[in-house]
Write a protein that binds this ligand. Structure first.
Ligand SMILES: [Zn+2]
Length: 459
């Protein structure tokens, strides 16, 4: 069992996970007001694979990813779609499950929903009022930020730079500008509500996560995760609520950087592939997963056609590696080899380095560099056990199917091949050549056959 170190957003220091206790991980999931985009898929992939890695090291990990199915945005989007908000949230939850299932990395251990947690939320709010940390005002309940001296410790912001981002209408109900809502009375146009000691209404967003985390993992748990855009106000407020109620809450805060499409020239189609579903349709699940682990989780990740095509090319390089290895030994992967071979030879030491990288603040790009080093070595010279070792490493990062030769589809390359045919038919040879070069970069060439053109991996 390796010592696993994580850079903690709260302390700024590297923290070590306790191997003797269950590693409870709570990662903030989506607010289901639309189909999720590829940015929402990043924490899903990072925390799912992190839990998988911990288990493979012998830790007892439990991953909780919630579904926020009560939220202002859902009322607005449901009204625009001309649907009831409960039905709309259910449909969007089903779409989220469908899209993330397609990533092929399994589901979190528990996926609590805000709508199923309202009772516990009301209890916590009542407790905060009793302790003087919250107050009722006009049917709403607000958290009294001044009552929590540690407020701001996660985001390190000055109070004057903090803005709860709540609607202007609530300002007159608050004692102070920085206070934030725990409970909101039912407003016009809202078609769901729950009874409470403060009248009919619904929980606000931050309190939902405080309660869902505690219900699934206990008052004190190992890791709280989510996107870096949630540090303030969402996570700052979760800490204030839970700690004021006497819960120690999370030991380590682990935040992933944003997926950034800002630098990309947005074409019409790129507006769509920002959706996870479109990205999966176009590039295939392996390229999407390979893309999402291509940068360190804490860093921002640039999104666009180029990084996606690079991910397709990396997947294709791995596929070619397994084809070549199978060709070297017609009986398939060598049977005498233990998985991964000896820990001292080239494959074994690569696996050790790969795991060391993941144990060191879940450094997936450094881990993948080990995979490609071994692939390069085994492409040059025969390395016994290389195929098994690469398969073992890929499995840990959700790409094991490449070794099995499954998912052998290249939707984006096929789309480009089609576009090339059209360019040739229109005698736009410059465009056709440009596409041929792009396909070559992705690892393909087009060969004409009796059934028309087909894609062939470049050797
Ligand atoms: Zn949350």
């Amino acid at each position: 069992m390796r010592e696993v170190r994580i850079r903690d957003t709260l302390s700024g220091a590297v923290q070590t996970l306790d191997p003797d206790h269950e590693v409870g991980i709570y990662a903030c999931g989506p607010t289901v007001y639309s189909r999720i985009h590829i940015g929402n898929a990043r924490p899903f992939v990072v925390f799912s694979l992190f839990a998988r890695f911990l288990r493979s090291e012998g830790y007892k990990a439990r991953l909780v990813v919630n579904v926020t199915d009560i939220n202002d945005k859902i009322y607005t989007a449901a009204a625009q779609a001309g649907e009831g908000s409960a039905k709309f949230a259910e449909e969007m939850t089903a779409a989220y499950v469908e899209d993330t299932d397609r990533l092929g990395i399994g589901r979190p251990d528990v996926e609590p929903k805000a709508t199923e947690t309202v009772e516990g939320i009301i209890e916590l709010i009542a407790q905060l009022i009793e302790k003087g940390n919250a107050y009722e005002s006009g049917g709403d309940v607000y958290f009294r930020v001044r009552s929590f001296p540690d407020y701001g410790k996660l985001s390190n912001r000055r109070p004057e730079d903090m803005d709860q981002g709540e609607e202007a209408g609530s300002a007159s109900l608050k004692e102070e500008r920085l206070d934030f809502a725990l409970w909101k009375s039912t407003k016009e146009g809202e078609d769901t509500s729950w009874g409470s000691p403060w009248g009919p209404g619904r929980p606000a967003w931050h309190i939902e996560c405080s309660v869902m985390a505690e219900q699934e993992l206990g008052a004190s748990f190992a890791v709280h995760g989510g996107g870096s855009d949630l540090v303030f106000p969402h996570h700052e407020n979760e800490i204030a609520q839970s700690e004021s109620a006497g819960r120690p809450f999370a030991h380590v805060w682990m935040h992933n950087g944003m997926v950034d499409a800002a630098g990309e020239k947005m074409s019409k189609s790129e507006g769509n592939i920002f959706q996870l579903k479109e990205a999966l349709d176009r590039y295939g699940r392996e390229a999407v997963v390979a893309y999402l682990i291509s940068g360190h989780y804490r860093q921002p990740l640039a999104f666009g056609e180029l990084p996606m095509e690079e991910a397709v090319a990396r997947v294709e390089r791995l596929r070619n590696f397994f084809r070549t290895q199978a060709g070297r030994d017609p009986g398939g992967p060598s049977r005498e080899q233990q998985p991964g071979g000896s820990r001292e030879g080239p494959p074994g030491s690569r696996i050790e380095a790969f795991r060391d990288a993941l144990a060191d603040d879940f450094n997936t790009p450094r881990a993948m560099a080990e995979v490609f080093e071994l692939v390069g070595e085994a492409n040059r010279d025969e390395v016994p056990g290389a195929a098994e070792a690469v398969a073992e490493m890929l499995d840990l990062v959700g790409l094991g199917s490449i070794a099995e030769g499954q998912d052998d589809e290249h939707p984006e390359a096929e789309r480009l091949m089609q576009e090339r045919q059209e360019a040739r038919a229109a005698k736009d040879f410059a465009r056709a050549d440009e596409i041929r070069d792009r396909l070559a970069e992705m690892g393909f060439e087009v060969r004409d056959s009796a059934d028309g053109p087909r894609l062939v991996p470049r050797s």
